[in-house]
Design a protein around this ligand. Structure first.
Ligand code: SAH
Length: 395
């Protein structure tokens, strides 16, 4: 095994068990490890610090796996991590009302670069590091043993693969190709998922709890669901007695699937309006038409992919939320989200305060949304926390 020597004074984050080591913290690589190899990290005095995946193409040159020198990072180590992660989701799936969730969430589950989502009897995986790519045969074997899925599909078309020098993949890894529509259940609501063609790995299961919480407020209400995708917030609101729901998304496939999902759940399509459009444009149209809503949901894609994009993103979030506020009846609720890891909850509150001022509204924060239990945040890896939201009463 190749030894990698840490620069003097760079121990702190490693000792705190942060799983990333940037290339700038490396003094020397003693040998020529291949990308994805497991190497041993030593400090400048030669003391053992951790084992990790090596990759010289990535800014994160080492993804640390294990801090105990006597614990060998072998096949069995990976099998155990997979098993522990899968077992920790069993309660969530126990009563059968939900059969889709994230089974493995990368660093948070001690498997940097591996994402595994369950869609009923199918699994969709994303492989984002060369280290995980090397060990995939073992991981697939363990997933098959534990879960006996009908099929495992590789959905590794994430741009982050490029940072590790890996290409794009969209293929069956084991078992059958998933059908065009895989039916899943989330909190008793059915969704048709197109694993191969859908966004991300097909479904945003990170909003499971938040959809439910928003829907608790929707009885007898008129709801506007912006960035609806296949209807997570829409379906929950209709199911919970909303009198009218308008959904807006720019993706034709998402809107088509959303309409099918309304039928799938025997919901009253006459209470629903689907609009395929740019949200920013549509919010202006609705305002010109004098439309008002009791609940507005804003769940945009990631506006700030990095810290450097934060200023620009803050302005975009502010404009979006200002428009959302202007479409609410007095006392109405704005359920607003940011999935930008670079924007923390305090910064997001600040953005909403600006939006409120610009809109001439008073805003009360009445609830803070976060990511659900199958997207854990590891204490030593705060970067894993990305999804946040606020339920605001707008006066
Ligand atoms: N709320 C959804 C998830 C939203 S993901 C759920 O509960 O499942 C973000 C969505 O925003 C995607 O469906 C994407 O198609 C859509 N989108 C991105 N930019 C957009 C824009 N400018 N206008 C409208 N929709 C947009």
């Amino acid at each position: 095994m190749v030894d990698v020597i840490l620069k003097k004074g760079k121990e702190k984050a490693v000792l705190q068990r942060h799983p990333w080591l940037f290339s700038g913290a490396i003094e020397k690589v003693k040998g020529k490890p291949a990308n994805g190899d497991i190497v041993r990290l030593l400090n400048d005095k030669g003391d053992f610090m951790a084992y990790g995946f090596y990759n010289d193409q990535s800014r994160v040159a080492l993804r640390l796996l294990e801090w105990n020198e006597n614990t060998e990072v072998n096949e069995d180590w990976f099998r155990k991590k997979v098993a522990v992660a899968v077992a920790s989701r069993s309660e969530l799936l126990e009563d059968g009302s939900t059969n889709t969730c994230r089974l493995i969430f990368s660093e948070a589950d001690y498997l940097p670069g591996l994402i595994v989502d369950k869609y009923a009897d199918y699994l969709a995986v994303q492989v984002l590091t060369s280290g995980i790519e090397n060990i995939m045969p073992v991981i697939i074997d363990e997933l098959q043993k534990l879960l006996k899925p009908e099929g495992i599909f590789d959905k590794s078309d994430a741009s982050s693969r490029a940072h590790e020098g890996l290409g794009t993949i969209n293929q069956v890894l084991a078992g059958q190709h998933p059908p065009d529509v895989v039916k899943v259940l989330e909190n008793g609501i059915s969704y048709g998922i197109n694993i191969a063609e859908g966004q991300k790995s097909g479904f945003y299961c990170d909003q499971r709890d938040n959809r439910h919480i928003v829907a608790l407020h929707s009885k007898g209400k008129k709801v506007l669901d912006c960035f609806s995708y296949t209807g997570g917030f829409t379906l929950n609101s209709l199911q919970n007695g909303a009198i009218a729901v308008t959904s807006v998304d720019s993706s034709a496939l998402a809107i088509e699937t959303l309409k099918q999902n309304i039928e799938l759940n025997n919901l009253d399509a006459s209470k629903h309006t689907a609009i395929q459009s740019d949200v920013n444009k549509q919010l202006r149209v609705l305002r010109e038409q004098g439309e008002k809503f009791d609940i507005v949901v804003l769940d945009p894609p990631k506006y700030a992919p990095s810290r450097s994009a934060l200023n620009k993103a803050s302005r975009a979030y502010k404009d979006l939320n200002r428009m959302g506020m202007l479409l609410l009846n007095s006392g109405g609720l704005l359920a607003t989200f940011s999935c930008s890891g670079a924007m923390d909850i305090d910064a997001f509150k600040q953005v909403l305060a600006w939006a409120a001022l610009d809109a001439g509204k008073e805003v009360q924060f009445i609830y803070q949304f976060c990511q659900p239990e199958d997207h854990p945040v590891r204490a030593s890896f705060p970067e894993g926390e990305y999804l946040k939201g606020l339920l605001c009463r707008v006066l």
